[in-house]
Design a protein around this ligand. Structure first.
Ligand code: HSE
Length: 301
């Protein structure tokens, strides 16, 4: 039998919404399972040279454990991953693997993929909800994760901004990028982020592009990550704004960066690449848009 799901890339945090805001992007990874074949993992596109193909592969591992939890013995299978999501960090590629593993297990168990119900298990496996929630639901999503439960709510948007990514060659691993964060923050900085994240959600909801850029400022994670891991970050974000982006931020824990745009997407991409080059950072720009579909089933035959 054949089962396939498509999961979008995501950009977490959006500046001030550390561990709670995320946006789905129109870059995707398809995960295709063929049962009744000897174990084999095939990776095409982004990650073809770097993602593991043995039984420790994250999508495979997640799928097998989810089947076992359902009391189903995992059959021999071939897994193909076909992705246009860069794996150098900040675009939710590990979340796509977790989400795909859980969604494929639902299909293989004969059920439907109910994206809203997969938010909780996916967030528990990932450790934070801000990538998996938009990967499942699409669009802009606010998440609230506590020990008791995980809730995720899609934020309606009056109009959709375009998105430009700058993807440095430099790889940043999330657990390392979390390790450089300060253990303690001041009340003033916490209040700054609460105000900015709230205004960002309101401004994106209302299509008030004039407020988005200012609302994307952050004091909880970007300063430490810029200082310790990505010193060129402020220059590249400034270049995006100067070229006409409505706002710009580190994408998730980096190294990718996200600019939201209304017009001038190509000019913003070029400006980000030029600013990076000036700082000795190589990378590429990707012009994309918001994904509104979230995780979709492509095949179950
Ligand atoms: N909110 C997480 C972090 C996202 O910033 O560490 C990781 O993609």
């Amino acid at each position: 039998m054949r089962f396939a799901v498509r999961v979008p890339a995501t950009s977490a945090n959006l500046g001030p919404g550390f561990d709670c805001l995320g946006l789905a992007l129109n870059l995707h990874a398809d995960f295709i399972v063929e049962t009744g074949r000897p174990f084999h993992i095939l990776i095409e596109g982004e990650g073809a040279k770097t993602i593991g193909r043995d039984a420790r592969n994250l999508a495979y591992r997640t799928l097998v454990s989810a089947l076992v939890r359902k009391g189903i013995a995992p059959p021999p299978l071939e897994l193909t991953i076909r992705s246009s999501i860069p794996v150098t960090g900040g675009l939710g590629s590990s979340s796509t693997a977790i989400v795909a593993g859980l969604a494929l297990a639902e299909l293989m168990a004969g059920g439907a993929v109910e994206c809203a119900r997969l938010v909780e298990p996916a967030a528990r496996l990932e450790g934070h909800p801000d990538n998996v929630s938009p990967a499942l639901l699409g669009g802009l999503v606010a998440s609230l994760m506590t020990e008791e439960r995980v809730d995720a709510l899609r934020v309606p948007m009056e109009k959709m901004p375009g998105a430009v990514l700058f993807v440095p060659v430099l790889r940043v691993v999330t657990h390392r990028a979390r390790g450089v964060l300060p253990r303690v923050v001041s009340h003033e900085d916490a209040a700054f982020n609460v105000a900015h994240a709230s205004m960002l959600v309101a401004a994106l909801n209302a299509g008030r592009w004039d407020l988005v850029g200012r609302a994307m400022d952050d004091r909880l994670h970007q300063p430490a990550r810029a200082e310790r891991l990505i010193p060129a970050l402020p220059d590249i974000l400034r270049a995006a704004r100067q070229a006409g982006a409505i706002g710009a931020c580190l994408s998730g824990s980096g190294s990718a960066m996200l600019a939201l745009v209304d017009t001038d997407a190509d000019a913003v991409g070029e400006a980000m690449c030029a600013a990076a080059r000036d700082r000795g950072v190589s990378g590429r720009a990707i012009v994309t848009r918001v994904d509104e579909s979230g995780t979709v089933v492509l095949d179950r035959t």
